[in-house]
Write a protein that binds this ligand. Structure first.
Ligand SMILES: Cc1ncc(COP(=O)(O)O)c(C=O)c1O
Length: 373
């Protein structure tokens, strides 16, 4: 059977995936594979997913509206609450307009598929998230890959290819989802003086974490007027679920009209939208959590964000090291091909504001002892 062969090949390459059963039992502790451990795999950067006010808002909305939304927003699933969330997010992130999606993956797929035309050119970062790659493929546009966060290489690509197309789009992430490094956004924006292109930035790991009120990297670096399209997810620092695209009225209206992952899907359950409405307020005010998170980031050498990679050679080795640390009470997921390019296999440590300084110090010591042995 074809599937059995495929699965066997994955096993031989050390790339076979299994879903891991996780039972949270404390704010930053979980039971993983039956072992109590500190969880360093969660993207709940500010610890919002268990915020009591958020849970209360969800419960109240559940009683008021019920759970399932029964239809797409374009049929009979629309509600004023979605518009309130969209307006609030747009205002927070200094954008003219915003459209909600059920997940960040759907936001990326629907947005890129709606905005980019088959005759356009896309220049996409080599390490871009799968949802961005799939969005580009959905658009049927030609694309070239530039080296990760390498502005020089991006400029080479612009110089060589952009003049052959009616429109060029540059697609990247503000905070890399695996390596945690920050987009050199100002240098990319500077290229606009010499080349005509539109910028699409995925702020999945930037929003909530960077900026005085968690507005993300693009606002923090005052580049929002030069970034035509931003996407965010609400499943990470906002502690809920969902995604959104931000841009001008005409950009967002185009996505409303042509975004297949918005049109052809049931609307997000209203209790989640009610949670989001409050979560945006809580995240804006979360200075204490952000300050603590920055302290934790400061403990990790060369870390730029709450995402900290530790490199080991080969898919099998990272899996072994991840299992070793799980036995010692630390869950740090292994990142393997195709999530990372070959040769970039690593443990991806994510810091959350719920972690304690002593826990990070203990883990860093164990990691450095392990590397030395
Ligand atoms: C950079 C990036 N974009 C998009 C997504 C997708 O977001 P969501 O989990 O809300 O679908 C993720 C999360 O996995 C991500 O890391």
């Amino acid at each position: 059977m074809r599937e059995e062969k495929k699965l066997e090949r994955l096993k031989q390459q050390g790339l076979y995936r299994k879903m891991i059963k996780v039972e949270p039992f404390d704010i930053d502790r979980s039971l993983i594979k039956g072992r109590p451990c500190l969880n360093f795999g969660s993207n709940d950067y500010l610890g919002m997913s268990e915020h009591p006010d958020l849970l209360e808002a969800f419960r109240t909305a559940l009683d008021q509206y019920g759970l399932g939304q029964r239809a797409s927003r374009y049929i009979c699933g629309h509600h004023l609450l979605y518009e309130n969330v969209e307006q609030k997010i747009a205002q927070w992130l200094h954008a003219e307009s915003c459209l909600l999606f059920s997940t960040g993956y759907m936001a990326n797929l629907g947005t890129l598929g709606a905005l980019i035309e088959p005759e356009d050119l896309v220049l996409i970062d080599r390490c871009a998230h799968a949802s961005l790659i799939d969005g580009v493929k959905m658009s049927k546009a030609s694309y070239k890959v530039f080296r990760h966060n390498d502005v020089g290489h991006l400029e080479d690509c612009l110089k060589r290819y952009a003049h052959k197309y009616s429109m060029t789009w540059v697609v990247c992430e503000s905070v890399d989802s695996i390596f945690g490094d920050i987009l050199p956004i100002q240098n990319i924006v500077d290229l606009k003086e010499r080349y005509a292109f539109r910028l699409i930035v995925d702020e999945a790991h930037g929003v909530g974490v960077f900026g005085k009120q968690g507005e993300g990297v693009i606002v923090e670096k005052d580049c929002f007027q030069n970034v035509e399209v931003r996407m965010i997810t609400m499943g990470k620092a906002l502690g809920v679920c969902g995604g959104a695209v931000l841009g001008s009225k005409s950009i967002v209206d185009t996505v409303i009209n042509k975004g297949r992952t918005s049109i052809y899907t049931t609307a997000m359950p209203l209790p989640l939208a009610a949670g989001l409405l409050l979560s945006v307020d809580l995240v804006q005010k979360a200075e204490v959590q952000r300050a603590h998170l920055y302290k934790l980031i400061g403990l990790c050498e060369e870390a730029h964000s709450p995402i900290v990679p530790f490199y080991f050679e080969g898919a099998e080795r990272v899996k072994e090291v991840s299992d070793f640390f799980l036995e010692r009470g630390f869950f740090i997921p292994a990142m393997r091909v195709p999530t990372v390019p070959k040769g970039k296999e690593c443990l991806r440590l994510t810091l959350n504001a719920t972690h304690k300084i002593q826990d990070i110090q203990r883990l860093l010591k164990e990691l450095s002892d392990f590397k030395r042995e």
